[in-house]
Design a protein around this ligand. Structure first.
Ligand code: DX5
Ligand code: ZN
Length: 216
């Protein structure tokens, strides 16, 4: 299991320290939530923050784009140092073009699905992506509860990937806690995003370690 703490829930005034703490706790990736106030109700972080993360750590930076017209902004996030970028299938009519562009630019492409978006929309794109981000909350905010249908969705996706022999990894984002992280991983999630569970307790190093331990 790869733990991907979401800095949306961290103390942004101490970004570098917060990232260093989760890295010491065993985090494998830093997850950056980009929101535009249009695709989702909230407005959050942009390329400048991705660049600050990249300077702060050797860990790969994973950018989750919750924005309209994502195609227009891909290069800015690649140039800022993203190692992987996920785009929402609901926000992009020309998804394949965006995925292909990311790969050509040397970034791992991922596609993200809102809770109500069916897996069937992935049928054509699945062989081209490095990972699928299954949203387990409606995107927009940290500190929400994991929606109960999410684990079954992951199990079905896991089955499809196995049946088709595809290498894409499954990432889950939203409402992961110490209590449910084991079930999340058992369902087939390899990359676990955690906002509140990593940062809200005030000791991110310990929280990261505890999440990884609880997933075993
Ligand atoms: C939600 C974001 C998540 C969020 C996770 O829209 O994409 O990455 O920050 O936070 P928690 O783990 O608190 O749900
Ligand atoms: Zn996210």
């Amino acid at each position: 299991m790869i733990l991907a703490p979401s800095i949306l829930a961290c103390d942004l005034g101490h970004l570098a320290d917060q990232i260093a703490a989760v890295a010491r706790g065993g985090a494998g990736v830093v997850h950056v939530d980009v929101m535009d106030g249009r695709f989702v109700p909230n407005i959050t972080l942009g390329p400048a923050v991705v660049e600050a993360c990249r300077r702060a750590t050797g860990l790969p930076i994973d950018v989750h784009l919750m924005i309209e017209n994502a195609e227009r902004h891909l290069d800015a996030f690649v140039d800022a140092g993203a190692a992987s970028i996920s785009v929402h299938v609901e926000a992009l009519p020309h998804l394949q073009r965006a995925v292909d562009h990311l790969r050509r630019r040397g970034v791992r492409p991922g596609v993200a699905l809102n809770p109500s978006t069916p897996l069937s929309l992935l049928e054509e794109i699945l062989p081209e992506v490095d990972f699928v981000l299954v949203m387990s909350v409606n995107p927009g905010f940290s500190f929400q509860k994991l929606l109960p249908g999410s684990l079954d969705k992951v199990r079905r996706l896991r089955r499809t990937l196995d049946e088709r022999g595809l290498p894409a990894r499954i990432q889950m984002d939203g409402g992961v806690t110490l209590e449910n992280v084991k079930a999340v991983v058992e369902a087939g999630v390899e990359i676990v995003v955690a906002g509140a569970a990593a940062f809200a307790g005030g000791d991110p190093e310990r929280a990261a370690r505890a999440l990884i331990e609880a997933a075993r």
